[in-house]
Design a protein around this ligand. Structure first.
Ligand code: XIL
Length: 410
């Protein structure tokens, strides 16, 4: 064991705040040190004394995130078709990750084919065309990445015509009955799942069956989202259970069914999701909670985050971090150091929870590969939230995720 790494590690550990955390940090430190000898970085005698960052600076070589975390959970990335535009990008994805999520292409806005639906003329069966998603599914299959299926039922990125009589897309077209809508829901879920499971058997390991159905701000005691949700409006409050029932019917026994949402660590939302998941779990309809984790540099506290992970785990459910990014609104060294430190702490907590058996975390997915293409770049307000820069160069955030001693905990 190199003195340099040990010292670096002790330095990193000493940044931890709570006694509980430092305990769990100590427990994982051996594994982390062992992990530094894995991956694709050249394992010469010389390199064993160096941090990943030093090796990268000297040789340009990087380990594989997926390899470093292979004893803990899958490491994933969200991608859109445009992200497969250069060989360099594809090489980076294939070497760093072992899980993928479609950023958009498996959402109803992208999978539904209105012309084909009208032509088929079946009021209970909207027609699905997965050609756009298949570009990404092909890439995953060819490169040995597994996938999360995101997402089957969501109030957003789903066309209004899916809910109207005759699939009419005029803005005031009347909605179909609950019965017709349930048949449409079943046929939609069936087609998407059967398509991928027939063409890509074994590729998808988790389905986000329902996305973002809880919004305590809408005022209901059970926290259900009521505003701007045609699923809620047309089917009624049991649309979540119905979706899980259909997904269970068509998914393979190996595929895990997830409820996915943002702000899953906020107290009122946490308790609403917990109650919902408990009911679904009693009926054996759910296997996990997806914590999207679009977080900020100083919110939420990692204590609250950790509490949420353990709370969901008490239900006997898996937890997956499904859409991780940390909004960083400038690219100064100071901010990027903070970002790297926060990624390092968060991943360390997730490792410790997994290792101690307190939470069955099965994958951690970053919502995008490079800063310049992050969805957080909105309305001319840029963000630098991810692990790689626009030239696909690893940032300090990347080394933070690796638990590299080059990243100080601040
Ligand atoms: C985002 C995509 O990244 C964007 O390209 C798109 O314009 C909007 O949706 N929660 C989710 C994801 O579940 O599907 C969203 O993805 C981000 C928030």
């Amino acid at each position: 064991m190199s003195i340099c790494l040990v010292l670096g590690w002790i330095f990193a550990v000493s940044g931890c705040t709570t006694g509980k955390n430092s305990e769990s940090v100590k427990e994982t430190s051996t594994e982390t040190l062992e992990a530094t000898t894995m991956g694709s970085t050249s394992q010469t005698e010389e390199n064993k004394n160096k941090t990943y960052y030093e090796i990268y600076n000297e040789t340009g070589e990087l380990p594989s995130l997926a390899e470093v975390y292979k004893d803990y959970f899958k490491i994933g990335v969200a991608l859109c078709r445009e992200d497969l535009d250069t060989q360099k990008r594809k090489d980076c994805i294939a070497s760093q990750f072992n899980s993928m999520t479609c950023g958009n292409e498996m959402k109803a806005d992208f999978t539904l084919d209105r012309n084909a639906t009208i032509a088929a003329g079946d009021e209970t069966c909207p027609v699905v065309n997965m050609a756009k998603a298949d570009v990404l599914l092909d890439f995953a299959k060819e490169n040995g990445l597994k996938m999360r299926g995101h997402t089957l039922v969501w109030h957003s990125q789903t066309p209004r015509w899916l809910f109207t009589v005759g699939y009419d897309n005029s803005p005031d077209a009347p909605f179909v009955t609950r019965e017709v809508m349930l048949a449409r829901m079943e046929n939609y879920i069936k087609q998407v799942i059967e398509h991928v499971n027939t063409k890509y058997p074994g590729l998808i390991y988790a389905w986000d069956v329902v996305n973002e159905a809880i919004d305590p701000g809408d005022g209901r005691a059970d926290g259900l989202r009521t505003k701007n949700s045609y699923w809620f409006e047309v089917v009624g409050e049991d649309f979540i259970e119905q979706a899980f029932t259909f997904a269970r019917k068509y998914a393979t026994p190996e595929q895990k069914l997830f409820y996915n949402d943002y702000n899953t660590y906020e107290k009122t939302k946490l308790s609403a999701i917990y109650n919902l998941a408990q009911k679904l779990k009693e009926k054996n309809l759910i296997d996990g909670i997806g914590m999207q984790s679009h977080i900020q540099l100083s919110y939420p506290s990692l204590m609250d985050y950790e509490y949420a992970v353990t709370k969901y785990s008490e239900l006997g459910l898996e937890v997956q971090v499904t859409e991780l990014d940390i909004d960083a609104t400038d690219n100064t060294k100071e901010t990027q150091d903070k970002l790297a430190s926060r990624y390092k702490r968060l991943l360390l907590i997730l490792k410790s929870l997994k290792e101690s058996g307190k939470a069955n975390i099965t994958s951690v997915t970053f919502w995008g590969l490079t800063d310049d293409r992050s969805w957080l770049n909105n309305d001319g307000k840029p963000s630098w939230p991810l692990l790689f820069d626009k030239d696909i160069k690893p940032k300090s955030a990347y080394f933070g995720v690796l638990q590299d001693p080059s990243v100080a905990l601040n």
